[in-house]
Structure formats: C-alpha cells, structure tokens
Design a protein around this ligand. Structure first.
Ligand code: FEO
Length: 165
C-alpha cells in the first residue's frame, strides 16, 4: 500500500521532532557539563543518542515504504537551567509532547487504514511509556532530595549508572 501524503508528512515531522529531541538533550548535557554533575551529563548524552536512533527509525521506515524524506531545520535548544530538576522538568514536558505526537500519527494512520504504519508505531507507543517513566523516576528522586547537596550527589551517581539502551 502506498504511503499517503498525510502520513508521509506526519512521519517527516516526527523525524524533525526526534532530531529536535536529540538536540534538546544535547543542550541539557551542555548545561550539566558546566556543573559538577557528571552523572546527569552522561544521562542526557545517552538520551540524546537514543533520540537520534528514534529519528533514524522513522527515516528508515519512510524509505522502506517508498516515501520521500524531507529534513527540516532544528530549533536552538536551551542550554541553561536554574537547577538540575529544571532540566528534568523540561525533559518530561518534551517527552509528553513526543508521546502526544506519536498518538496523533497513530490516529492518522488508523483513519487512513494504514495498518503497516500502525504496526510500526507500536514500538514507539511502548517506548514513550518507558521514556516518561524514566524521567518521572529521576524527577521523583530530585524532588525527594530538594537542595540537599549530598542527596543531589547521590542522585547524580544514580543517573551516571544509566545503561546504554
Ligand atoms: Fe524519541 Fe524521547 O522521544
């Protein structure tokens, strides 16, 4: 089944959103690089790389379906925050935006009877549950320790143990 113009555009927009995500996380990594929080910096770097992987998956799927990849400009990301928790709050907002975008493409694919795209998006729906959970977990820890320096140090150590996935 040929990819519809609407689905093709939605997938291209999602490539842009995933690349913007990678860039946003790189901005957060740049912020943490200016602080003693090496664990948070590593967490953000890994997240940035994951987002590049997401963009690549959309890119490959578009090509596999005979669609045309149209790359768009990226927005300048923030690279300054008041405190570590603010970066993670921004991250949660961003992930919620990505989840909503993927759900919209899923609804579009459903209305276009594009079952292959729905099947492809299933991985992303599951992934977004993981992504939001992982950021919420970091936020809960940061809220728990507040401004306590040794608590922040421990959360940073925890963030630094994040595995590559
Ligand atoms: Fe690719 Fe974090 O959404």
């Amino acid at each position: 089944m040929k990819l519809s113009t609407k689905v093709e555009k939605a997938l291209n927009d999602q490539i842009n959103l995933e690349l913007n995500s990678a860039y946003a996380y790189l901005g957060m990594a740049a912020y943490f690089a200016q602080t003693p929080f090496a664990g948070f910096a590593r967490w953000m770097h890994l997240q940035s790389r994951e987002e590049l992987g997401h963009a690549q998956k959309f890119f490959d799927y578009l090509v596999d379906r005979g669609g045309k990849v149209s790359l768009q400009a990226l927005a300048q990301p923030a690279s300054a925050y008041q405190a570590p928790i603010d970066a993670f709050r921004a991250s949660l907002q961003h992930e919620q935006k990505v989840s909503a975008a993927i759900e919209r493409i899923y609804e579009l694919a459903l209305s276009e009877k594009d079952y292959s795209t729905m099947s492809f998006l299933k991985w992303f729906l599951d992934e977004q549950v993981e992504e939001e959970k992982s950021v919420n977990d970091m936020l809960a820890r940061l809220e728990l320790v507040g401004d306590n320096t040794s608590g922040l140090y421990q959360v940073d150590q925890y963030a630094g143990r994040r595995g590559e996935s």
